[in-house]
Design a protein around this ligand. Structure first.
Ligand SMILES: [Zn+2]
Length: 94
């Protein structure tokens, strides 16, 4: 019976870790399902966060301005470049 309690505790601990990364619920279920391994997943996973290269604080991975130090952290993202636009060629032959 104590086994389930430990698993629940793992879920809560994983939730607390994951909530800082914006993935609390996901981490909670990971902890609930995998127990201590779920905590590890929550610890190792960055979630949808990335570290600021200036102040090392975590922020949303799609953020372009750090909410902590207000610096621009826009990555060199590949914008556009849609080469494969031939998706409308699925006509059904008679
Ligand atoms: Zn920063």
């Amino acid at each position: 019976m104590g086994f389930a309690l430990i698993w629940m505790l793992c879920g809560v601990v994983a939730y607390m870790i994951g909530s800082k990364k914006g993935e609390g619920i996901c981490a909670f279920f990971a902890g609930l399902l995998f127990g201590p391994i779920g905590i590890l997943i929550a610890l190792l996973g960055k979630g949808n966060r990335k570290g600021c290269s200036y102040c090392k604080e975590l922020m949303h991975k799609e953020a372009i301005v750090c909410p902590h130090c207000q610096r621009s952290v826009a990555d060199t993202q590949v914008v556009g470049g849609s080469k494969n636009t031939n998706t409308g060629r699925n006509r059904v032959a008679p």
